[in-house]
Design a protein around this ligand. Structure first.
Ligand SMILES: Nc1nc2c(ncn2[C@@H]2O[C@H](COP(=O)(O)OP(=O)(O)OP(=O)(O)O)[C@@H](O)[C@H]2O)c(=O)[nH]1
Ligand SMILES: [Zn+2]
Length: 348
C-alpha cells in the first residue's frame, strides 16, 4: 500500500538504485555505528536528493555534502527505510574538501525526531512470505527541543484534524509542543461571522497555545523569548504563515533579516524543503495532510492527554465501540476515531 503522502515537493526517495538493489545489501550498509555527539562537527541544514547542506560548528561555512558509501539508504533493523540518510537537525561529522563541499563521514545518534510516512511502495525484495514489507519513513527534523504547530485563524481556516495529527506525532516522539494560532489579526473577522474560536479547546485541554500575527506582531516578542536558543521546528498546513512568522521573529535580530530569502532563493514564496536557519529554527514545507508513522493502535490514546483520566469499563479499551467506554463524550473523540481508523488500516 502506498503510504498517505501528498501535498508538497518532497515526494522523492534517496538513492533509488540502492532501493532496487534490494534490502539485504542495503541493510548491512545501514548498520553503521552512530557517532557519539562529541565527534560531530556540524548540523544538517537542508537535504537534497543524494546530498545535503551542513552548517559547520566552526566558522559557519555551509558546504554541500555527499554521503560516505556506507551511509547509503537501507532498512534499519526494524524494517523501516528512511527516505534520506540524514534529516535536517542531524548532528554529523563532515570532512571538507573545500569551503563549499565535503563528505559526511558519520551521523550521531538522534535524541529524538519528528517523522511521517514517506512516499514509496512496499519493498519485498529479499523478504520471505509473511515477513512484513519495508515501511518508508520521512524524518522531518531531528534533535528537536520544541515543535511549533502553526494553524491559522483563517485563510486557510483553522484545521483541528491536522493540529491533532501533529500533536500525536510530537507526543509519540516525546517532543514538547506549542500551538501557534497564526494570523490573529483576522480573529475579529472570524468572530464577527459568528464562528467560535476552535483553538480554545486546546488550551482547555492543557496545551500551550499562543495567538500570533506576523502582520500586527501580536505576541511575536513573547514567542521569540520562548524559542531563543532552542532547535525548533515550525510545522503546519500550507499557507498558514510559517515563513512569515519566522521572518517576523528574525527581523529584530540584526543581520538575519535576509536569512530566509538567502537560503530558499529569491522570488520563491512557498517553502519546498525543510531548512534549518542560523537561529536554530526550522521552516518546513506546508502540508495538506499528515500521516502518522509507527504508532500502534493501542498507543494512540496516550497521545491524547485528556484520555489519561478515563475509567472505561473494559481494561485496555481502544475507545472504539466497547461497552462502558468513557471516551465518547470527549471533544476530540471523533478526531481520535479518525486517526485510529487510519492507523489500523495501515495508512497512518
Ligand atoms: N492576515 C495575515 N496574513 C498573513 C500573516 N502571516 C502570513 N500571512 C499571509 O499568508 C500567506 C502565506 O504565508 P506564508 O508565510 O508563505 O505561509 P507558509 O505557511 O510559510 O506557507 P508554505 O510555505 O506554503 O507552507 C501570505 O500571503 C502571507 O502574506 C498574518 O499574520 N496575518
Ligand atoms: Zn474507552
Amino acid at each position: 500500500m502506498v503510504p498517505k503522502f501528498r501535498g508538497n515537493s518532497e515526494d522523492w526517495l534517496d538513492d533509488e538504485k540502492a532501493v532496487r538493489r534490494g534490502a539485504k545489501k542495503a541493510s548491512s550498509a545501514r548498520l553503521v555505528t552512530p557517532l557519539s555527539p562529541e565527534e560531530a562537527n556540524g548540523t544538517v541544514a537542508e537535504v537534497f536528493p543524494n546530498q545535503c547542506r551542513v552548517r559547520l560548528d566552526e566558522g559557519g561555512a555551509k558546504p554541500l555534502c555527499a554521503y560516505r558509501r556506507a551511509l547509503v539508504i537501507g532498512d534499519t533493523q526494524d524494517g523501516i527505510r528512511d527516505r534520506t540518510p540524514v534529516a535536517v537537525g542531524d548532528r554529523v561529522k563532515v570532512v571538507s574538501n573545500s569551503r563549499d563541499s565535503g563528505v559526511i563521514e558519520g551521523v550521531a545518534l538522534r535524541r529524538n525526531f519528528l517523522s511521517r510516512p514517506a512516499p514509496g511502495r512496499e519493498v519485498r525484495d529479499g523478504k520471505q512470505d509473511g515477513e512484513e514489507a519495508t515501511k518508508f519513513r520521512h524524518v522531518i527534523a531531528a534533535n528537536i527541543d520544541l515543535v511549533v504547530i502553526v494553524a491559522s485563524v483563517d485563510e486557510p481556516a483553522f484545521s483541528p484534524g491536522l493540529v491533532d495529527r501533529f500533536l500525536v506525532a510530537s507526543a509519540a516522539a516525546g517532543i514538547e509542543v506549542l500551538i501557534c494560532v497564526s494570523k490573529s489579526d483576522l480573529a475579529a473577522r472570524v468572530a464577527s461571522s459568528g464562528q467560535e474560536r476552535p483553538w480554545r479547546l486546546y488550551s482547555d485541554i492543557g496545551y500551550d497555545v499562543l495567538e500570533v500575527s506576523a502582520v500586527c506582531l501580536q505576541h511575536i516578542d513573547e514567542l521569540r523569548c520562548r524559542i531563543r536558543g532552542k532547535q525548533v521546528v515550525f510545522c503546519g498546513q500550507s499557507g498558514v504563515g510559517k515563513t512569515s512568522l519566522l521572518r517576523a521573529l528574525l527581523t529584530a535580530d540584526i543581520g538575519r533579516v535576509n536569512e530566509i530569502s538567502a537560503s530558499t532563493g529569491r522570488g520563491r514564496h512557498t517553502t519546498t524543503s525543510a531548512v534549518l536557519l542560523d537561529s536554530g529554527w526550522i521552516d518546513t514545507p506546508g502540508v495538506r495532510e499528515f500521516g502518522i508513522f509507527d504508532v500502534l493502535p493501542e498507543e494512540l490514546a496516550t497521545c491524547f492527554p485528556e484520555f489519561a483520566a478515563l475509567k472505561c469499563a473494559v481494561s485496555g479499551c481502544l475507545h472504539l465501540d466497547e461497552p462502558g467506554c468513557g471516551a465518547t463524550s470527549l471533544a476530540r473523540y471523533a478526531s481520535y476515531r479518525r486517526i485510529l481508523e487510519s492507523v489500523v488500516a495501515g495508512q497512518g
